[in-house]
Design a binder for this molecule. Structure first.
Ligand code: AMP
Length: 400
């Protein structure tokens, strides 16, 4: 069975085509700048050379058409016919309280995703465009939706409620939802396999540290708390997002700087985090490089970023009354040995003993970066959200 995984954004579509039996990626790629005359399709077929094409692609239906065309093209294709795609799985950011698991798309599911547009105005409408574009181009092919929020739907009410008037929750569903759920779930399952222990018996803290950053407390395979909230703005300091701050800063800054709601929202989402403190970049590679060259603002940005990760690890060890393993994943978590080292060096109270050589070597592989004697294992597990989406889609289609 071949499954096409789609991550549709407002002006982009990322895709990966999997052969489920062989557990291989047949092709992956992306269309960017949808809506423009100079849209670009970058296609990476397995066993053939990569290709990029610039052309006018004005909306998502044409973008998906281009992807399907290239998947079956003579020179760059990996399939004989589109009929060889058995199902499509979509990443959907917000499933609200309605979706605790991945589901097959039907009219009710689409209605519910639309109802959730308010909670994820930048993401869910774009995902719906992706679903509709597949319907138009591949009528009758089953589609599944896999939600970033679903894994965290197991949080208890004392973790997901905010201490504000309950009317906000009852009337408007204001609560913690959490995001990156597909990644937290994937690395939790991989961590249990790596440790050779049943997931049901483990207390894990998973740290998804990429452009967006979140930690999760995973108790017995179930998310019991996570750092992102109603939106992906809460929690850790990120590339351009502030993460946690005193909510009183919002009206205060608005009054002092004469900002509108949309300006303050843009400030906190797009002009804060590493970018704001370093005054340099939102990219951890550039921050580390500048810090090592003696840039004080870059060093401050790094310290704040690292400190906040460490505080969440402490909080979640407390939330679960202990921790067996801490997992680092995503762009920064998988690649920045400097960040992992700094975090681990300050967690000796948990019995963590870093193995510097292990921390340095084996990039891109699953590994422990602690010594055998360390009482808590620290792991690096490359995330693979696309594979998880393909697996969920596969299971749903098989069960249908
Ligand atoms: P993601 O959102 O998971 O794709 O992560 C993207 C981020 O990972 C980039 O913005 C970089 O800050 C970070 N990153 C990628 N490679 C490295 C590296 N070698 N060292 C430090 N950070 C990295």
């Amino acid at each position: 069975m071949n499954i096409l995984v789609i991550n549709a954004g407002s002006s982009s579509v990322k895709y990966q085509l999997f052969n489920m039996k062989q557990e291989t990626v047949l092709a992956k790629g992306r269309v960017e700048r949808i809506g423009m005359e100079t849209a670009i399709l970058v296609h990476e077929p397995a066993g053939k050379s990569d290709v990029s094409e610039v052309s006018e692609i004005l909306e998502h239906t044409s973008a998906i058409r281009r992807v399907l065309d290239i998947l079956v093209s003579k020179d760059h294709g990996v399939l004989d016919s589109i009929d060889q795609i058995d199902a499509v799985g979509h990443r959907v950011v917000h499933g609200g309280e309605s979706f605790k698991n991945s589901v097959l798309v039907d009219e009710d599911v689409k209605k519910e995703i639309r109802r959730l547009f308010d909670l994820a105005p930048l993401h869910n409408p774009a995902h719906m465009l992706g679903i509709t574009a597949v319907e138009v181009n591949m009528p009758g092919v089953p589609q599944a939706v896999v939600f970033d929020t679903a894994f965290h739907q197991t949080m208890p009410s004392h973790a997901y409620l905010y201490p504000v008037p309950m009317a906000l929750y009852r009337k408007h569903k204001v609560r913690r939802y959490g995001f990156h759920g597909t990644s937290h779930k994937y690395v939790s399952e991989r961590a249990a396999k790596f440790l050779g222990r049943p997931l049901e018996q483990l207390k894990l803290i998973t740290c998804h540290i990429g452009n967006g950053c979140s930690c999760a407390a995973v108790l017995g395979g179930v998310s019991v708390d996570t750092s992102m909230g109603l939106t992906p703005l809460e929690g850790l300091m990120m590339g351009t997002r502030s993460g946690d701050l005193d909510p009183a800063i919002v009206p205060y800054a608005m009054a002092k700087e004469d900002l509108t709601l949309s300006e303050i929202s843009s400030m906190l989402n797009k002009h804060s985090g590493l970018q704001a403190i370093s005054g340099l970049s939102s990219d951890m590679r550039e921050i580390v490089e500048a810090m090592e060259a003696g840039d004080k603002n870059a060093a401050l940005a790094f310290d704040m970023y690292e400190y906040r990760i460490r505080k969440y690890i402490g909080a979640y060890a407390a939330a679960m009354n202990g921790v067996d393993a801490i997992v680092f994943t995503a762009g920064v978590g998988e690649n920045s040995e400097v960040l992992r080292k700094k975090v681990c060096q300050q967690l000796t109270y948990l019995g963590i003993e870093l193995d510097e050589e292990r921390n340095r070597s084996g990039r891109g592989t699953e590994k422990a970066i602690t010594t055998e004697a360390s009482s808590v294992q620290v792991l690096v597990i490359p995330t693979n959200e696309e594979w998880m989406i393909a697996m969920d889609t596969y299971s749903l289609v098989q069960a249908d």
